[in-house]
Design a protein around this ligand. Structure first.
Ligand SMILES: [Zn+2]
Ligand SMILES: [Zn+2]
Length: 282
């Protein structure tokens, strides 16, 4: 056994014992990045293993193909198997967790209805600072989601969203108030959601889910794969709204791929903690 294999076996064991923990998935992805830069043929073989574990079947197939000789029956068989899987591309691969750097060095105001806006990508990070259109302050974290206003705005800082100044100054909304699920009878909550909460980006008009007389928290962009990992498929399918909205919710859900044509948007009720989904198509 060579060092590349030894390291892979160690990482795989940690991953399997951790029940698909995000840190262990991240460690495998980082090892994949490392192996891709190695010239040694042994590293290439291990790269195939790592990609298979991460279910990056297309990459695994493309890495393996040049390594296989016509006399190596085992490798040929493996290549054939991967060839079948690789047609779906890398779309169903394990979800690569976001790097921790941006999160740790940035204190953001807390958004009740969008609690992790760096993770969801509502805010982006830049190494060279940009200036907030609203307050003029120079910032490294800027808003990267929808803002409905007459004026064209380039950059908004998290504070100008949180304190409502951006919405007030530009008479704008981060979420269309005509595209909300009914069931909240509070002007204050409505104001917080549409004027002081970073929005999310849908293929179609964004729709905000509601539960227990309040707007839900937007958790993030998901496909079937992610929901399966989070063990949320059954919970999501219990939702009567989903069953009213879509003719065959389960069938549609199975085709949902994060970043694909059928996209899922995951919400969670702030009160009963139930997870709710919204889906749309490109
Ligand atoms: Zn600002
Ligand atoms: Zn609830």
């Amino acid at each position: 056994m060579n060092d590349y294999q030894r390291k892979y076996i160690e990482l795989k064991k940690q991953y399997e014992q951790s029940d698909e923990d995000a840190d262990c998935v991240q460690a495998l992805y980082e090892y994949k990045d490392f192996l891709e830069k190695q010239d040694a043929i042994e590293a290439k073989w291990v790269l195939v293993d790592v990609c298979e574990t991460l279910e990056l079947y297309k990459t695994a197939y493309e890495t393996l193909r040049p390594l296989v000789t016509q006399t190596d029956k085992t490798a040929l068989k493996r290549l054939g198997k991967l060839q079948g899987f690789q047609t779906q591309g890398d779309d169903f691969a394990l979800w690569r967790p976001k790097k921790g750097k941006e999160r740790k060095c940035t204190a953001l105001p807390f958004f009740r209805y969008h609690p992790d806006p760096l993770e969801t990508g509502a805010f982006s990070w830049t190494d060279s600072a940009v200036s907030c259109d609203c307050c003029g302050k120079s910032v490294q974290v800027y808003y990267d989601g929808p803002f409905y206003s007459v004026e064209n705005i380039n950059y908004l800082c998290p504070e100008c969203i949180s304190n409502g100044k951006a919405a007030l100054k530009y008479d704008g909304e981060f979420q269309d108030e005509c595209s909300l699920e009914e069931g909240v009878d509070s002007e204050e909550k409505l104001d917080e959601l549409i004027h002081r909460t970073p929005g999310y980006s849908g293929w179609q008009q964004e729709y905000w889910r509601t539960h227990c007389n309040d707007y839900c928290a937007f958790i993030g962009y998901v496909g079937y794969r992610e929901l399966k990992h989070m063990k949320l498929v059954d919970e999501i399918l219990e939702d009567p709204v989903l069953n009213q909205q879509y003719a065959e919710p389960e069938e549609l859900l199975k085709t949902a791929v994060n970043g694909g044509s059928v996209q899922g948007y995951l919400f969670q009720c702030l009160h009963c903690k139930k997870h709710l989904l919204w889906m749309d198509c490109d």
